[in-house]
Design a protein around this ligand. Structure first.
Ligand code: ZN
Length: 202
């Protein structure tokens, strides 16, 4: 806990003086982020860091594997869908970004089996993406199987976004665009989904 408090004190002394005006402005006017990011909870893939963004710029949803479930308005507890609803219908973001990443533990749990301690929720959550397992090329081995699924999950999440009627409507009306990315933790390279494949952004 001391480490967290020390980190906050560093923020107050080093960051706050120059960021104060920005925070005060955001407090007064409210947030108006243009981008909603759906990313993984993985501690190494912070969307604000990856996109070099500051406070007020990104409306972020993080869950295991950065998955978007299909539209299913029932009595279940839909945290990710609730964040999508608020971001798209209330904040009226202009774009939704799905941020996948390499070495994803959620994908690993789906491909290789969930750890015994992660079967109450992780296993059923990852079932959202199980259809990508069928698309693994027969010749793929080891990490190739994981890489394939990490990328296909971004595609699947983008497809699931389109099942939300108010997202499909906003996209059709040109008010909202959808994009997929993949961040490689080891190299720091960000790739964007373009057509059939992922292409480095620089
Ligand atoms: Zn992950």
């Amino acid at each position: 806990m001391d480490r967290l408090i020390a980190g906050h004190l560093r923020f107050r002394t080093e960051t706050w003086p120059s960021a104060r005006a920005r925070y005060e402005d955001l407090a007064q006017k409210g947030q108006a982020p243009e981008t909603l990011v759906v990313g993984c909870s993985d501690s190494r893939v912070d969307p604000q860091t990856v996109f070099g963004a500051g406070p007020g710029e990104l409306f972020v949803v993080r869950n295991v594997a950065g998955l978007i479930p299909p539209y299913r308005p029932d009595a279940g507890y839909h945290g990710t869908s609730a964040a999508l609803e608020y971001g798209v219908r209330v904040l009226k973001v202009a774009r939704i970004v799905v941020l996948g990443h390499a070495q994803c533990g959620g994908v690993q749990a789906m491909v290789q089996g969930a750890p015994r301690e992660a079967r109450d929720f992780v296993k059923p959550w990852m079932e959202i993406a199980e259809t990508v397992l069928a698309s693994i090329p027969a010749q793929a081995q080891g990490d190739e199987r994981l890489h394939h699924c990490e990328m296909e999950i971004v595609r699947l999440s983008l497809a699931n976004l389109a099942t939300f009627p108010w997202i499909a409507d906003a996209v059709a009306a040109g008010r909202l665009m959808l994009a997929g990315f993949r961040f490689d933790i080891r190299t720091g390279i960000l790739m964007r989904l373009q057509g059939d494949g992922f292409v480095p952004v620089a």
